[in-house]
Design a protein around this ligand. Structure first.
Ligand SMILES: Nc1ncnc2c1ncn2[C@@H]1O[C@H](COP(=O)(O)OP(=O)(O)OP(=O)(O)O)[C@@H](O)[C@H]1O
Length: 342
C-alpha cells in the first residue's frame, strides 16, 4: 500500500469561546457562566494520496477550514496525530517541519485581502521564495514574471498593487504566491466561492492544469458540491466536526449513502431539474458548542430511528473505498432473526 502524502488520525481541534462583555459582567455579579468549548473538529481520520484531489464539503461552520488549517500546520492539534509522508509531524526536525510548512500551501477565498496593499505584486509573490532561499534576490523579478505567466497573467502586472486587480486576477496572484514556494499540496479553502460562475470555471481549470503540470495534490474545500463534482477524485462530507461519508467521486455521486449527503445532493441544481422545487435540508445546523448526542445529524434526519439519538455511528466501509457513518447500514446488514428483521 502506498503511503499517503498527508494523513490525519483522530484529529481533534477544540476552541474555547471566550465570554462577551455582558457575560463577564453577569459572572462578576454571581451568575454561573463559564467559557464554552467549540467542537470544531472531533476525531477525523483523513488521508490524501500524492496527486489526488479530495473534495471536502459541508455546511458553514462544520469544521472544513479548521481541518484544512490543521493539515497545513497552521493550527495546533488538540488531539490526534498528523503524518507527513508517513512520518509523525510532531517528530519532524526543525528543517523537516519548515519543509512541510512550505510544501502545504493554503489558498483562501481572497488571498490578497490580508496582504499589504502598499506592496507590489513582485514583492508579495517574491518575498517568501527569496527569504527561504529558493531564489536569489537578483532573480526574483524574472521568477515572479514566470509565475504570473504560469497562472495566466501578463508578467508586466508584477509592478502593480493589489487594488488594481479584479477578483479573478487576485485569485490568480494568490495561486502564484502559493506556487512560489514550490508546494506539493494545496489546500483550496473556498478559493473560488466569491467569484462569478464563469471566472470560477477558469480558476478551477487553472488548478487542474497545474495539477497535471506540477503533480500537485489538493484538498478542495467548498460548501458547494457542484464545485467539487467535476474535479475531485474522492469526496468527503463533514457534518458538525466529523466526516460522515467519504467515497471515490463516481461512487459518491452515483450512490450516496448517508442521509445528510443525500440531502445535500438533492439541493444540487441540475439542468434537468431546474424547475423542481428547492428542498433545503430541514432544521437548523446544531451548535458545535453543544453537539447533539448520538449521530449529530439525527435532529434533522428524515430517516431517524431508535439508535440514532443514543449512539454515535462509526465511519464504516460499505463498499470499496466508500465509508459512511450511519446506523441504517448496520441495521440493513444485521441478520434476520426468527422473530422478524433486526
Ligand atoms: N479561532 C477560533 N476560535 C473560536 N472558534 C472558532 C475558531 N475558528 C473556528 N471556530 C469555530 O469552529 C467551528 C468550525 O469553523 P470552521 O471555520 O472550521 O467551519 P467551516 O466549515 O470552514 O465554515 P465556513 O465555511 O463558514 O468557514 C465554527 O463554529 C467556528 O465558529
Amino acid at each position: 500500500m502506498t503511503v499517503a502524502l498527508i494523513e490525519g488520525r483522530g484529529l481533534v481541534r477544540r476552541f474555547s469561546r471566550g465570554l462577551d462583555a455582558a457575560e463577564k459582567l453577569a459572572r462578576v455579579l454571581g451568575a454561573n457562566i463559564s467559557e464554552e468549548t467549540v467542537h470544531a473538529v472531533e476525531g477525523v481520520d483523513i488521508a490524501i494520496r500524492q496527486g489526488e484531489v479530495l473534495g471536502l464539503v459541508g455546511e458553514s461552520g462544520c469544521g472544513k477550514s479548521t481541518l484544512g488549517r490543521l493539515l497545513a500546520g497552521l493550527l495546533p492539534l488538540t488531539e490526534g496525530t498528523l503524518l507527513w509522508q508517513g512520518k509523525d509531524v510532531a517528530s519532524l526536525s526543525r528543517s523537516e517541519a519548515l519543509e512541510m510548512r512550505l510544501a502545504v500551501q493554503v489558498i483562501f477565498q481572497d488571498p490578497m485581502s490580508s496582504l499589504n496593499p502598499r506592496k507590489r505584486v513582485v514583492d508579495l509573490v517574491g518575498e517568501a521564495p527569496r527569504v527561504h532561499g529558493l531564489v536569489r534576490a537578483g532573480e526574483v523579478d524574472d521568477y515572479v514574471a514566470e509565475l504570473l505567466e504560469k497562472v495566466g497573467l501578463d508578467p508586466s502586472y508584477r509592478k502593480r498593487y493589489p487594488h488594481q486587480f479584479s477578483g479573478g486576477q487576485r485569485q490568480r496572484i494568490g495561486i502564484a504566491r502559493a506556487l512560489a514556494v514550490k508546494p506539493r499540496m494545496i489546500v483550496c479553502d473556498e478559493s473560488v466561492s466569491a467569484l462569478d460562475v464563469s471566472i470560477q470555471a477558469q480558476v478551477i481549470n487553472l488548478f487542474m492544469d497545474l495539477r497535471e503540470e506540477l503533480g500537485l495534490t489538493y484538498l478542495f474545500i467548498s460548501h458547494d458540491l457542484s464545485v467539487v463534482k467535476h474535479i475531485s477524485d474522492r469526496v468527503a462530507i463533514m457534518y458538525l466536526g466529523r466526516v460522515v461519508e467519504t467515497a471515490p467521486a463516481d461512487a459518491f455521486f452515483a450512490a450516496p449513502n448517508h442521509p445528510y449527503t443525500a440531502a445535500l445532493l438533492r439541493e444540487l441544481p441540475s439542468v434537468k431539474e431546474r424547475r423542481r422545487a428547492f428542498t433545503p435540508i430541514r432544521g437548523e445546523i446544531p451548535s458545535p458548542l453543544n453537539p447533539p448526542s448520538g449521530c449529530a445529524f439525527h435532529p434533522r434526519c428524515p430517516r431517524i430511528f431508535t439508535p440514532c439519538a443514543q449512539a454515535r455511528p462509526a465511519l464504516e466501509p460499505i463498499a470499496d473505498g466508500h465509508l459512511s457513518a450511519c446506523h441504517l447500514n448496520a441495521a440493513a446488514s444485521a441478520p434476520v432473526t426468527a422473530g422478524g428483521s433486526a
